[in-house]
Design a protein around this ligand. Structure first.
Ligand code: TPP
Length: 629
């Protein structure tokens, strides 16, 4: 195999290669991706699908002068390899290493950071308008997957493109997959275009013309393609109606064709859409066979694609299995996912209750308002949406669900630090952004069985409820055959005591217990509380221990600002109880990617960190309490 990749120190080096050499480079990149991501884990499938597209973009355009905006930007690995980060590529998603997404702070070639879907077109349009206003001549290229077009924001951007700029290039990277199979009318529409018999004809002709005539033929071809496709699809062509010129569909793995097409598009003085057909996982059979699994995953065997078997069930699986039970007992229970059937484990629910399962695409706002509509007719929707993605649906939660007191249940997976994915994916804000919303109940389970019980509690509650639970596995507590509703608004006192009280929220209860053990060794009497409910907080318990104890310590896998500890402070203050409160949680800054344990240690969310934070109070507390005995 050739060895061009190590010589690519910047996109200028890509431009030095010939077209046949670019094809060899594509091979090298594929091999590198497969080998490297096998060790680090990451979005292997999407990146194998955009190898040629990214090479062609860097061959034709000039970042950082020109700007590339990638939707989600989980498919930016090839871009990273071509923009001076090849030597650090093996550190991707590792502590201190490259981020798994585009990051403005990481490289001047990363013009816009992302991690959430649907933002590329709006950001690219903003850049294009800024360029126009300041008289620049650079190119702005947005690359968005077909699933990005299930996001409402993409259409909000499209609605403005033609009126606001004359020059913007949008690449629709169509592989027919979101993480799962892409869904809805837009997916069918794209499918109809690409499966039309004329596509094969057009493509064969295009390749033939380009191989015979080079660049000039590209222009000719595009005109032909444009006319033919227009002829095929009639005047209601989606992008044409938005005022963009549509080109394609073309084979997104045909490098010479892509290079010619981008050269042609670069010269256009109209906003354009290039529809490129790609294959997710291209060049790696396990990823082609298992599209869903290889969208994004942990380390795998680069030969076979095998991954380590995880024995214990994840919180997501417990959630989905419990929802199956609830739906079996209650015909009004429905499940909603916004394009995450795999991540939320609703994959398990789909076959069990197919008519009550809804994948709405990457459309969190719609998911929530859709659930509100269902709830008005007596249904009990459970919306399984990651904490970080639910941020997008804040207004629907307030305006459509909570204000009308509709019984929608938000099951917020990945509540807490997400680890390798980094700041775009950490679920660290949901307590703050939800506890200010009237009527909304917020619960956090300490283990798997309590999650099931909280779901039952939510089912019986006639109003909106949110439940947050962490990524991955919990303590491994056995789940009862049938969940039982919890006493509403009541905390669980795990251990009684009268000198110090520790509130360990959810996954941090064991940390609180470990700190309790240390404090007990010092001779203090320590109470440990599993709060269960953030809202309504168990005021009796907070006030009772606040009055008897000389120190309160709260633990949460959440930002401190507006979090559970803040709520405890507010509760104590409202009752005029003056007791020192030490809050353990994430500081007021975005937390980088890394391993959860190491990041917790770094930011003092640990037994040692809690002891350090409590230390200023311990000496006087010990003196006072021990003297009183
Ligand atoms: C708001 C939001 N919801 C959900 C996700 C999770 N997610 C990440 S990538 C992805 C699918 C993207 O599919 P597509 O845009 O077609 O790109 P592909 O991976 O197929 O190349 C989803 C649902 C997200 N990143 N952002």
């Amino acid at each position: 195999m050739s060895n061009f990749l190590p010589t690519i120190k910047s996109p200028a080096d890509v431009k030095k290669l010939t077209l046949p050499q670019l094809t060899e480079l594509a091979q090298e990149i594929r091999e590198r991706l497969i080998q490297s991501v096998a060790k680090t884990g990451g979005h292997i499938g999407p990146n194998l699908g955009v190898v040629e597209l990214t090479i062609a973009m860097h061959y034709v355009f000039d970042t950082p002068k020109d700007s590339f905006v990638f939707d989600v930007s989980h498919q930016a690995y090839v871009h990273k390899l071509l923009t001076g980060r090849e030597d650090r590529f093996d550190t991707i998603r590792q502590p201190g290493g490259l981020n798994g997404f585009m990051l403005r702070a990481e490289s001047e070639h990363d013009s816009f950071g992302a991690g959430h879907a649907g933002t590329a077109l709006s950001a690219a349009l903003g850049m294009a308008v800024a360029r126009d206003m300041s008289g620049g001549d650079e190119h702005i290229v947005a690359l968005a997957g077909d699933a990005a077009f299930t996001c409402g924001i993409s259409y909000e951007a499209l609605n403005n493109v033609a009126a606001q700029t004359k020059r913007l290039i949008i690449v629709l990277n169509d592989n027919e997959w979101s993480i799962d199979k892409n869904v809805g009318a837009i997916a069918s529409y794209f499918h109809k275009i690409v499966t039309h018999p004329s596509f094969t004809y057009l493509h064969d002709r295009a390749t033939d013309l380009i191989s015979r005539f080079g660049g000039k033929a590209g222009k000719h071809l595009q005109r032909k393609a444009e006319e033919s496709v227009k002829g095929l699809l009639g005047p209601s062509m989606l992008f044409e109606e938005f005022g963009l010129d549509y080109y394609g569909p073309i084979d997104g793995h045909d490098l010479p064709l892509l290079v010619n097409t981008f050269q042609f598009l670069k010269a256009q003085n109209r906003p354009v859409v290039l529809h490129a057909i790609t294959q997710k996982g291209r060049g790696f059979q396990p990823a082609i066979d298992k599209q869903k699994k290889f969208h994004g995953l942990g380390p795998y065997d680069p030969e076979t694609g095998h991954t380590a078997v995880v024995g214990q069930k994840t919180y997501s699986e417990i959630f989905a299995e419990t929802l199956v039970k609830l739906a079996t007992n209650d015909s009004k229970v429905v499940a909603i996912t916004a394009a995450m059937p795999n991540g939320t484990a609703l994959d398990v629910f789909r076959p069990a209750h197919p008519t009550r399962y809804f994948d709405v695409g990457i459309a969190e706002e719609h998911a929530v308002i859709f659930a509100a509509g269902l709830a008005t007719k007596g249904y009990k929707p459970f919306c399984a949406i990651y904490s970080t993605f639910l941020q997008r649906a804040f207004d629907p939660i307030v305006h459509d669900v909570a204000l009308q007191e509709l019984p929608v249940v938000f099951c917020m997976d990945r509540g807490g630090l997400s680890g390798d994915d980094g700041p775009t994916h950490h679920g660290l804000f949901d307590i703050s952004y939800l506890r200010c919303v009237p009527n909304l109940v917020h619960m956090v389970p300490k283990d798997e069985d309590e999650l099931a019980d909280m779901m039952q509690t939510a089912l019986l509650h006639n109003g909106p409820v949110a439940i947050r639970y962490p990524r991955g596995t919990g303590p491994g507590t056995a789940v009862k055959a049938q969940p039982v509703a919890l006493e509403f608004g009541k905390a669980e006192v795990v251990q009684d005591g009268h000198d110090v009280v520790l509130f360990g929220l959810g996954a941090l209860l064991p940390m609180a217990e470990a700190v309790a053990a240390e404090l007990s060794r010092l001779g203090l009497s320590v109470a440990v509380v599993n709060p269960r409910f953030v809202k309504p907080i168990d005021r009796d318990v907070v006030e009772r221990y606040g009055r008897t104890c000389g120190l309160v310590i709260t633990f949460e896998d959440h930002v401190l600002a507006g979090g559970f500890g803040s709520l405890v402070l507010e509760t104590l203050s409202a009752a005029e109880i003056d007791v020192p409160v030490v809050r353990v949680g994430w500081p007021d800054q975005f937390i980088e990617h890394g391993k959860v344990d190491a990041l917790r240690e770094k930011y003092g969310i640990s037994v040692a960190g809690a002891m350090r934070a409590a230390e200023p109070y311990l000496k006087s507390l010990l003196e006072e309490r021990l003297a009183a005995r």
